[in-house]
Ligand binder design. Structure first.
Ligand SMILES: [Zn+2]
Length: 199
């Protein structure tokens, strides 16, 4: 049982995400981020399957065939896209299947901060503004996301890569959270593509 090491890992990450959320004025989310990791259901498997080089959830999954800690976690933390997977076609149109619901903007932003902080943690001195984007690109085909939510996340990741952290965070605070940016795939894709054009 690696109690202390696991505690340090989750607390370091939580502190980093808190700083990022506070920068954006998301104080409540900054304080509550990943709080359920300290509950026994998540904390005990976290210590038991602590590896240091991989997530304990993956180690638990390899061992048991499922991760009880992760199933508990994703059901309680709204910044995870898995929280928002539910039946589509609720409007009576379209077929019933499992799919991503349209996430509220503030949780898409928290997911973005989470991804940036996780990239910093894993990459250490190799981290660049492109790291979170590259990580997303490698895994994006497995993610179940609402098209508008996917477009917003991609827009923020591309902006970070192209414009850097300072500009991206102030844009999120001043424009995205204040709902001045249309939360709609077609428009977000246009905005994203315009980022590649040198100004
Ligand atoms: Zn989390």
């Amino acid at each position: 049982m690696k109690i202390w090491k696991h505690f340090k890992t989750i607390t370091n990450h939580k502190m980093l995400v808190m700083k990022g959320c506070f920068r954006l004025g998301l104080y409540r989310q900054g304080l509550l981020h990943d709080m359920s990791k300290y509950s026994p259901t998540e904390f005990i498997p976290g210590c038991k399957y602590y590896k240091g080089y991989m997530s304990p959830n993956n180690a638990e999954r390899d061992d048991k065939g499922y991760s009880s800690a992760w199933l508990h976690h994703k059901g309680r933390n709204k910044h995870h896209l898995e929280y928002w997977i539910d039946y589509t076609g609720g409007d009576g149109k379209g077929e019933k299947a499992m799919g991503g619901m349209k996430m509220p903007i503030r949780y898409v932003v928290e997911m973005f901060v989470d991804r940036v902080c996780a990239s910093k943690n894993y990459q250490k001195e190799k981290y660049t503004d492109a790291s979170a984007y590259i990580y997303y690109e490698n895994g994006k085909n497995y993610l179940i996301l609402h098209p508008d939510t996917r477009a917003l996340l991609e827009y923020l990741l591309v902006m970070l890569k192209e414009k850097g952290e300072e500009k991206t965070f102030s844009y999120i605070k001043q424009e995205v959270i204040k709902e001045k940016v249309p939360y709609e795939k077609t428009k977000l894709d246009e905005l994203k593509n315009a980022l590649h054009v040198p100004m």
